[in-house]
Design a protein around this ligand. Structure first.
Ligand code: FES
Ligand SMILES: [Fe+2]
Length: 359
């Protein structure tokens, strides 16, 4: 296959990619754990859309996050818990996106207001992951979209407990460089020699993996028998997902989900902002633990989770440093034809499917 069709610097090419994604893709937007309670919400701007997703008495709905009065955001924060009320003049929306309250109600024609509705996006779940469809004309179902990976993703989603962090890392590079970077652990021993590799990852070739169109998963084995301190091992003994390796999913187009040994879960949400700017929203979830934790267990658990946040942040910034440097070089080069070896098979299969769509 020729990879001549990959481009990281051309605005027109970037627009074609965005159009293709918007037209045909479902987007993984969050996990049920984030929207457990009535009024819990999440917001995000994705490919020119401003969207909120909210729990309305147990029903998860997604709408355009733009008030119908004079176009203020309905929710400003990236996540929170409150009714869907725009804080400019208190217009309030229900689960159908209709206006059900406002300041000075009598100053508007009631019939006109009754007909108003926020633009809605279809919401579907795969296990406990929540997806939305950006293009209502797109007829592909979520299970067709996820194909062979549906069952793996569904099963994986059930092991997430509550969210422990949610923040953004800006990247001065094209979105595909983030995708390429997570699709191999060939760089783990070198780039992460002081972090991830110390835990034993990046040395053994993966044997378990699955690919469906642009999506893929892979389990990376750990080198050696690195033993955690007994107190930590005991804590995780009753976690619901007991794996020995590092399990990673790429759900095209936007989501990276992974777990080191089932002891915590990372959800990365990729936002292409322009041809050379990409935001990564970083979320981390606690593992489900079957044993009831004592007060002292909880302190140890909090300590472990806070170290996991630090390690994750370190690894993500090590990656950012490399791929931002690559972007600078791509701006110099005219020929963007990378060479992918056997360890980079997931990247190859991603481009085999994606690059040919961009004509
Ligand atoms: S703009 Fe939202 S209430 Fe006025
Ligand atoms: Fe990395």
């Amino acid at each position: 296959m020729s990879l001549r069709n990959i481009n990281y610097t051309n605005d027109k090419y970037f627009q074609l990619e965005c159009n293709s994604i918007k037209t045909e893709s479902w987007i993984l937007v969050g996990h049920v754990q984030e929207l457990k309670n009535n009024y819990d919400f999440l917001t995000f701007n994705y490919l020119g859309q401003n969207i909120f997703i909210q729990n309305f008495k147990g029903e998860i709905k997604a709408f355009q996050n733009i008030c119908l009065h004079r176009f203020n955001d309905i929710h400003k924060e990236p996540y929170g818990n409150r009714v869907a009320t725009c804080l400019y003049h208190y217009w309030t929306y229900n689960k159908k996106g209709q206006v059900i309250g406002m300041s000075c109600k009598n100053s508007f024609e009631e019939d006109k207001i009754k007909k108003l509705e926020l633009k809605e996006f279809e919401v579907q779940s795969c296990g406990e992951f929540i997806f939305i469809k950006l293009n209502s004309e797109n007829k592909i179902t979520l299970s067709e979209f996820l194909g062979d990976l549906y069952k793996n993703i569904e099963e994986f989603s059930k092991h997430f407990s509550s969210k422990s962090i949610d923040y953004n890392i800006e990247h001065n590079c094209n979105w595909k460089l983030l995708v390429e970077n997570v699709l191999e652990c060939y760089h783990c021993a070198s780039v992460h020699d002081n972090s991830f590799a110390k835990m034993g990852y990046g040395f053994i070739k993966p044997e378990k993996f699955g690919i469906f169109k642009e999506h893929s998963w892979c389990e990376f084995p750990k080198k050696g028998i690195y033993k955690e301190k007994k107190i930590i091992e005991d804590m995780f003994n009753s976690r619901t997902l007991k794996i020995d390796g590092y399990l990673h999913f790429y759900i095209y187009p936007n989501a990276f989900i992974s777990s080191v040994e089932g002891k915590g879960f990372y959800l990365g949400f990729l936002f292409p902002e322009s041809v050379d700017k990409t935001n990564l929203r970083v979320r981390y979830f606690l593992p489900k633990i079957e044993k009831k934790l004592s007060e002292s267990d909880k302190n140890i658990f909090d300590f472990i989770i806070s170290s996991s946040h630090d390690s994750l942040n370190l690894v993500l910034n090590e990656d950012k440093n490399i791929i931002e440097g690559i972007q600078k070089n791509l701006n110099i080069l005219k020929d963007h034809s990378p060479i992918f070896g056997n360890e980079e098979f997931r990247i190859n299969s991603f481009y085999n499917n994606f690059a040919q769509k961009i004509k």
